[in-house]
Design a protein around this ligand. Structure first.
Ligand code: F6P
Length: 557
């Protein structure tokens, strides 16, 4: 991998700095003076209609951002990723989540080896397994079909599957339910298995590494729960052999470490593999999505992959001036490095997307929250904004106040679909229309605001006019699609993957490692004996940690 370009040393960066200095955005005037603005800044990417016109963007800024992409070599880096080069430098790995959704017959090589046939081999096994569970052919130890699938995983082995399961709830087969256990807080497992019938419950242990403390602990708790409840119901004998047979019918695994799966006691025949060139946060489209494939079925899962592939094609083959993920990524750089935005809101006007912002937090922040470049040199600009969000309209009644009238710049992506999942009416009113009126109103209010004159014209008492002024020029991107189909969800996921990639390339960082999660893991292991009462380990701790652990020990019954 060639060394990263220092973006801050480029002519385009310098130009963007100059433009930012005198930048006086005026969306009212820009729209009034330029009737072509909406058309020029609205793009189609697969089924997504993406309106960038309400961003703080003029022709000069856009030109400078595209020049920046050019100077940092975005196109060459994109090619390197799609070609299977080891662009995850610090882990020495290729980055090929795009191969997970490559159609059968496509060739994607890692070190001269075409990986697409094995991708489809695993997909075929996942699909066959999903069909068995869905049809009732896969039964639990007492011969009853499965009604609940419990996915045990964390981070990328949880957030993608749970987000997509929630988003695609209308596609879930009647009589099947998925639950997701992630947290090592024992409350999570306890709550998720509460009320379940062990005879009809199937656990999927999803862990890329199969070493993750949370997941393995929860998997052992789940196994103990299964044995205890099956025995209590006289469904199995009290013998090791019976317990093993129960695990074989009630546990499957997804991992890149199939040896560790076997060591846990799960038959490797009931395990689905993937590869080290799939990052955890990029893995919902691998076998990590098995719970989802069971819930929505192979055909819909294949549609999800097709949607992702359609966005891959757009990102791979569209020139940057019309390339939606590239443009959105470059805009994010403009906001965070030149206009001082520290955060970025994602506001789905689709209740079914309520976990999408949480999913994006791992995707964007684990990818781009870095302070050195991929060659180890320190970055010389800000990186990785804080992504956050909640579905509209709930957010409107909570934090939108700050976005509209606060002192901070919060660029926001609004996402909506035309066709509602549940087309309910309130008398004569189509409630989805009420809902979308809010989407349109919010993006309009944020862009154009309300002047003091307009406030006065409503007869407002002069003393509170300032409090009722909306400054406007608050940037938003509006993303719309015909309906929240599996394909559209796939397109949205891949859109954010590629805009995250774009930002990472500008910053010259390795968006595919995650060393920042390691120190806490190590320290937790070292601290565990102290928490359990080991005085010698406690004595080695810093004063604050010692005091906190001591507080815990005094208050734990
Ligand atoms: O701790 C962070 C992380 O490594 C994520 O990147 C990953 O998605 C998650 O843990 C879970 O890892 P695994 O799938 O190996 O259990």
């Amino acid at each position: 991998m060639t060394p990263p370009v220092d973006a801050t040393a480029t002519a385009a960066w310098h130009r963007l700095g100059e433009l930012a200095e005198d930048f006086r955005p005026d969306l009212r005037a820009w729209f009034a003076d330029d009737p072509g603005r909406v058309d020029r800044l609205t793009f189609t990417a697969a089924d997504l209609h993406v309106d960038l016109s309400k961003n703080l963007l003029d022709d000069e800024v856009l030109a400078a951002l595209l020049a920046l992409a050019d100077e940092v070599g975005l196109v060459e880096r994109r090619e390197a990723m799609f070609r299977g080069e080891r662009i995850n430098v610090t882990e020495g790995r290729a980055v090929l989540h795009t191969a997970l959704r490559a159609p059968r017959g496509t060739v994607v090589e890692v070190d001269g080896h075409d990986v697409v046939p094995e991708v489809h081999e695993v997909l075929d096994r996942v699909y066959a397994f999903a069909e068995q569970v869905r049809s009732g052919a896969w039964t639990g130890i007492t011969g009853r079909p499965i009604s609940t699938v419990v996915n045990i995983g964390i981070g990328g082995s949880d957030l993608g599957p749970v987000m997509a399961y929630e988003a695609l709830e209308p596609y879930v087969q009647d009589g099947l339910e998925c639950r997701f256990v992630s947290n090592i807080d024992p409350t999570d497992l306890a709550q998720k298995v509460a009320g379940l019938d062990p005879e009809t419950t199937l656990f999927i242990v999803a862990s890329k590494t199969f070493t993750t403390l949370e997941t393995l602990t929860n998997a052992r708790l789940a196994r103990a729960w299964l044995w205890e409840h099956l025995q209590r119901a006289d469904a199995i004998e009290d013998s090791d052999e019976a317990r093993l047979r129960a695990v074989a019918r009630h546990f499957v695994a997804v991992s890149t470490a199939l040896d560790k799966v076997e060591a846990f006691g799960i038959d490797p025949g009931n395990a689905f593999g993937f590869w080290d060139w799939v990052g955890g946060r990029y893995s919902v489209d691998s076998a990590i999505g098995t719970s989802l494939a069971v819930a929505i079925g192979p055909a819909h899962f294949a549609d999800l992959l097709a949607g992702m592939h359609a966005m891959d094609e757009h990102f791979h083959h569209t020139e940057l001036a019309g390339n939606v993920p590239a443009l959105m990524g470059l805009l994010n750089v403009w906001y965070s490095d030149f206009l001082g935005a520290d955060t970025h809101a994602v506001l789905p006007y689709a209740q079914l997307l309520h976990r999408f912002p949480a999913y994006l937090q791992q995707l964007t922040m684990e990818s781009n929250g870095k302070r050195v470049r991929w060659d180890g040199s320190p970055v010389t600009s800000g990186t990785g904004e804080v992504f956050w969000g909640e579905p509209g309209t709930n957010g409107q009644h909570a934090f939108y106040q700050l976005i509209h009238q606060g002192t901070r710049l919060v660029p926001a992506d609004f996402i909506a679909v035309a066709e509602p999942a549940y087309p309910l009416r309130d008398g004569d009113t189509d409630v989805h229309e009420l809902f979308l009126a809010n989407f349109f109103a919010q993006t309009k209010a944020l862009a154009f605001g309300k002047t003091a004159e307009e406030v006065r014209a409503e007869g407002t008492d002069e003393a509170i006019v300032p409090a009722r002024v909306f400054p406007g020029n608050r940037p938003t991107t509006s993303i719309m699609a015909p309906a929240l189909t599996p394909s559209v969800l796939g397109q949205l996921i891949a859109l954010y993957e590629h805009l995250t990639f774009t930002q990472g390339i500008v910053w010259g960082i390795d968006s595919f490692d995650q060393w920042g999660v390691e120190l806490g893991k190590q320290l937790a292991q070292q601290l565990t004996p102290a928490v359990a009462g080991d005085e010698a380990t406690l004595a080695e701790q810093d004063p604050s940690t010692k005091a906190l652990v001591s507080y815990y020990r005094r208050h734990r019954a």
